[in-house]
Design a protein around this ligand. Structure first.
Ligand code: KG4
Ligand code: ZN
Length: 379
């Protein structure tokens, strides 16, 4: 059972062990009251060392940054194990996180070339995501922050995706327009300060990543679907006229992926009923074009309309090669500066959590040790 209490006790014990260098001392210290934790006199530093932890889905990740400079970025993934079941099994993810969290943290600290005592704050994803999975990272982070007596920063995973752009361009400053496309969200946002954004457009139903995963499934491609659809599309032609993800007759530039998804499923089932073979490459290429063109078009249109000349992007779907080249082309044509995070910062990682952690750190936005994990956080 992965309840906050039991997991807290265990992991807190381990973290205190790191400080006390004795298992018995660690467990005993963990049994004491958390009143020993006191950051009321903590002074904000200009270039803090922040350790970030991410465990919201199937990646256990830890990264260390100093100011905006990335010192290490480590991931242990259970995706190969999950692929056997065609998607993420929450219980398998939670167990994999408990096995990996200590190792990935030790690796990130070693690769960063820092000592535990150099860490100025611990940033961790508290939501949105799988509750059991989140609790592992959150509990470990609480233990570490407690043991080091440094601030704990609770990061919204989606805001982490938005903060990935700062890793690629440390000089990046708001305002900018961001295309967010992940497994759970699809939206265009206007970031007005390091801690504020507003939603300009969003999907009315499924997220783009979800549509990629469903398209992959109907084509018989493995989980996670996005990269496999992209690879299949490279050998195909976008010759099938699937409905675009752009909502027509709407002034709000909203997206809808459920019609596109259904069209792909119906197309494949119709051919199967007639005993005809599906051209996987052509379906993938046609789906990809219908899914991505509206994202690119609306992002550029909203940037031009709002007079904001910098565009960024974040989320797993931004790893898509077709999207990356189309967004680059269209931003260039429109005279917009594009900050496109490296592929490794688009899919889930802890560097982006540390990066968003820094935004919150600078405003002293710290979390109490009682902070809980949250499965859903509205945009
Ligand atoms: O941001 P992310 O790693 O996790 C969430 O926070 O949801 O996004 C995962 C989504 C999955 O749906 C996956 O299929 C999609 O991102 N994805 C891609 C690509 N790589 C990952 N979609 C299209 N093309 C890709 N190359
Ligand atoms: Zn994500």
């Amino acid at each position: 059972v992965w309840g906050g209490g039991c997991c807290d006790g265990l992991i807190c014990g381990r973290a205190v062990y790191l400080r006390k260098k004795s298992p018995a001392g660690g467990v005993a210290a963990a049994a004491f009251s958390i009143d020993m934790y006191d950051i009321s006199n903590y002074k904000i530093k200009p270039e803090p060392v922040i350790l970030g932890l991410e465990s919201s889905c199937d990646e256990t990740a830890c990264a260390v940054i100093k100011g905006r400079r990335l010192l290490s970025n480590c991931i242990i993934s259970s995706a190969a194990e999950q692929a056997k079941y065609g998607g993420v099994v929450p219980e398998i993810a939670s167990r994999a996180h408990t096995e990996a969290v200590e190792e990935v943290t030790s690796r990130a600290i070693a690769e960063a070339g820092i000592a535990l005592s150099d860490i100025d704050a611990v940033a961790v994803t508290y939501g949105a995501g799988l509750l059991g999975a989140l609790l592992v990272g959150l509990s470990f982070a609480k233990g570490l922050a407690y043991a080091l007596n440094v601030p704990l920063i609770a990061v919204n995973h989606i805001r982490g995706h938005l903060a990935a752009a700062y890793l690629d361009d440390p000089s990046l400053k708001p305002p900018f327009i961001t295309l967010l496309a992940s497994g759970g969200h699809t939206a265009i946002l206007k970031t007005t300060s390091f801690t504020r954004f507003e939603v300009l457009a969003r999907t009315l139903d499924d997220a783009a990543g979800e549509a990629f995963d469903k398209c992959a499934r109907v084509l018989g491609l493995p989980y996670p679907g996005g990269p496999h659809v992209q690879r299949a599309a490279e050998g195909g032609s976008p010759s099938i006229d699937f409905p675009s993800a752009q909502v027509r007759h709407s002034s709000s530039l909203a997206f809808s992926y459920s019609g596109l998804k259904t069209a792909v499923i119906n197309y494949c089932h119709n051919l199967a009923q007639k005993g005809r073979e599906v051209n996987v490459a052509d379906v993938a290429a046609s789906f990809q074009r219908a899914a991505i063109e509206p994202l690119v078009e609306n992002t550029v249109r909203l940037a031009v309309q709002s007079g904001i000349t910098t565009v960024t992007a974040g989320g797993g779907v931004i790893a898509n090669g077709y999207l990356r080249s189309r967004l680059s082309e269209e931003c260039k044509k429109a005279g917009l500066k594009l900050v496109l995070p490296a592929v490794k910062f688009c899919t889930d990682n802890a560097a982006m959590i540390a990066s968003e952690g820094l935004n919150k750190y600078m405003t002293g936005d710290f979390a109490p040790l009682s902070v809980n994990a949250t499965a859903h956080i509205p945009l």
